[in-house]
Design a binder for this molecule. Sequence first.
Ligand code: IPM
Ligand code: MG
Length: 362
Amino acid sequence: MPKILVLPGDGIGPEIVPEAVKVLEKVAPKYGLELEFQEGLIGGAAIDKVGKSLPEETLEASRASDAVLLGAVGGPKWDTLPASERPEVAALLPLRKGLGLYANIRPCLLYSALADSSTLKKEVVEGTDLVVIRELTGGLYFGKKSRETYTFSSGDKTESAERAIDTLVYTTPEIKRILALAFDLAKKRSGKVTSVDKANVLESSRLWRETADKMIEEYPEINLEHIYVDNCAMQLVRNPKQFDVIVTENTFGDILSDQASMLSGSIGMLPSASVGGEVALYEPSHGSAPDIAGKDLANPIATILSVAMMLEITFDLPDAAQSIRKAVGDVLEAGYRTGDIMSPGCRQVGTVEMGALIRERL
Ligand code: IPM
Ligand code: MG
């Protein structure tokens, strides 16, 4: 029986994850898939229980499972820890790296019922259907970091100050595999790929662009364009419909996917799948939202749409995934909203009720 490792984590994680698990429990059997669920510790919750944000057992259990479902990690309680012990750095990044998950797929689709929920004009966001493919195990996040004190002379005095260094490194194999994944995914969509870089300034971006230009010869069906990251940020809010598949390095992808999320109404709508390694990891693109945790306010849809991605990618059940997306659309059409996507004339519901409403329509 396929095993799912469930890692609720911190903040709203323990509220949104159960809603998505219940969706899986309802949908999977209808498609002949019997799943076994196992729960594990991660993040601040793991620090509090076992003193470590990524316990060895969690990494091992991830490797022994067929898919991992993660809520979110981090919160004010652990923000004062030394940087290297914070859950974001000490749990999430090593989990991604440890499992070899070099590609993060973040589809950004606007449900038509939410065209009024975005802070952007309806005419601009209507019809948005793009996917951000973010390189996930390289770049600034994983480059060498250091802090040092240095001295300099000012006038006739010698003063000291601090210097912090982050290193941005990419190799051609790392660039090739993420671009190949983007090109392959684009073949199933419109064939258009926008590669985002800062090649006018950064050496790593120049290597990225050269590599893409060489590879594209083997992908005659792909229409590749290059765009600078600053221009991409502007174009995303000016005319998002020009984009289909966006592929970019780790930090740019982190920023652009948050920005793109607003095209779907709220970051609470944006699912994600991290793939390319031993086992895929599914998690909402948003964080642990400590300000609304424990209040039944969080939007569970990003997590529910993440399990739809799980059914499609890990279990090759696109119809099962589609049935979840449709149920989400039906609930939104019926006028139910969590606070983050609330519009006048709609009915505001909590996390638990939103989950139940979606399951009713499955
Ligand atoms: C994300 C998050 C993480 C990231 C943080 C929590 C380290 O922002 O998944 O986008 O930057 O990757
Ligand atoms: Mg982010």
